[in-house]
Ligand binder design. Structure first.
Ligand SMILES: Nc1ncnc2c1ncn2[C@@H]1O[C@H](COP(=O)(O)OP(=O)(O)OP(=O)(O)O)[C@@H](O)[C@H]1O
Ligand SMILES: Nc1nc2c(c(=O)[nH]1)N=C(CO)CN2
Length: 321
């Protein structure tokens, strides 16, 4: 059974054939032979089925071209290695949750009559860090925005495919953009770890929004809950996913200029870094560049109960003394 949140739909490309120079023996490296590759991708096809838009799925032509480039590319000793490289290429697509790759080597030097020799690898994603910005400025039932954020983070923590690693302080922030006269926002940032693909993670975030009655009527309008995927993967290791698709843009295109994201993010992770047009920049530096006047951090609760502080001297009495 697929792990929770992992796509059950499939895109299958069979029999991509090319001449390669992979193999352990010198004559294989010199003369080359045919390699045939099958690829099966686990991708959620719901959005593409509804929109009829190629941007909502994985283009099998791109997958085929990448497979052929690997077959014809740098020679590897083992078909296992070739399969591993094809699998890694497929998992670089933001919509792919899992991949199964079979490499056939029908002219392999087996030494006996045979039909085919093949290896199959099944690869899913290793868990990676992801950063989610949460916001709310409408009540949800009897719950105020800050309470809703706490419940939403709890819901994320209960998801079997998500681990909540840290959560920030909840800040109060003046609305940025959107219709005038909106209520103030509660904003926070959550650090997750997940093996879901970016596309599946966004789908699960949307499901949590829907559970809190999120409605999309006006751009940047008031909302009971908003969950934005700010970053997927670690840019410090050059291992973050970049995507220009309007359905899922990564990193989030406005995070670097939003004090209501940067300030709580720095609270949750003082070492945080974000990829921007200027490269990978510490969030502390980005925060220093933006206007933070509309974002208010609640006072920290006292560490321990102690005696009440001495009252301020009454100014009238001091004057009389
Ligand atoms: N990184 C991302 N995180 C969340 N949604 C994204 C992202 N990139 C693209 N989107 C798309 O943006 C669309 C609008 O999302 P949403 O209604 O949450 O926007 P918003 O929160 O009002 O505005 P903003 O994107 O400026 O935060 C969604 O349908 C989603 O597919
Ligand atoms: N203060 C504040 N302003 C916003 C927010 C938000 O979460 N907080 N979200 C927006 C769209 O996501 C637009 N404007």
């Amino acid at each position: 059974m697929s792990p929770a949140g992992t796509a059950r739909d499939r895109i299958v490309l069979r029999g991509v054939r090319g001449r390669g120079f992979h193999g352990v023996f010198e004559h294989e490296r010199r003369e080359g032979q045919d390699f045939v590759v099958d690829v099966e991708l686990a991708v959620d096809l719901t959005a593409a089925g509804a929109s009829d838009d190629l941007a909502d799925t994985v283009n099998y032509g791109e997958i085929g071209a990448a497979v052929l480039a690997r077959i014809e590319g740098e020679p590897q000793d083992l078909v296992e290695r070739l399969a591993e490289l094809v699998a890694a290429d497929a998992l670089a697509h933001a919509a792919v949750d899992e991949v199964t790759v079979t490499v056939h080597k029908p002219q392999a030097p087996v030494g006996v009559p045979f039909d085919d020799v093949l290896v199959t690898v099944v690869r899913s994603r290793a868990p990676v860090p992801a950063v989610v910005a949460v916001g709310a400025n409408l009540p949800w039932g009897s719950s105020g925005p800050a309470e809703t954020l706490a419940s939403a983070v709890e819901a994320l923590g209960h998801h079997p495919a998500l681990a909540v690693e840290a959560r920030s302080v909840v800040v109060e922030s003046d609305p940025v953009g959107g219709p005038p006269d909106q209520p103030v926002f509660a904003n926070a940032v959550v650090l997750l770890r997940t093996a879901l693909s970016p596309a599946s993670l966004l789908r699960e975030l949307h499901a949590v929004e829907a559970a809190f009655d999120r409605r999309r009527e006006v751009r940047w309008g008031a909302r009971t809950l908003d969950l934005d995927l700010v970053q997927y993967g670690d840019p410090g290791q050059d291992a973050d996913v970049r995507s220009a698709s309007p359905r899922l843009t990564l990193p989030h295109p406005r995070a670097h200029e939003r004090a209501f994201v940067l300030l709580p993010w720095l609270d949750a992770d003082p070492e945080a870094r974000l990829r921007t047009d200027d490269g990978v920049v510490p969030v502390a530096d980005l925060l220093a560049r933006v206007d933070t006047t509309g974002v208010r951090v609640p006072p920290r609760p006292a560490v321990a109960d102690g005696p009440d502080p001495a009252p301020d001297p009454d100014p009238d009495e001091s004057e009389q003394a």
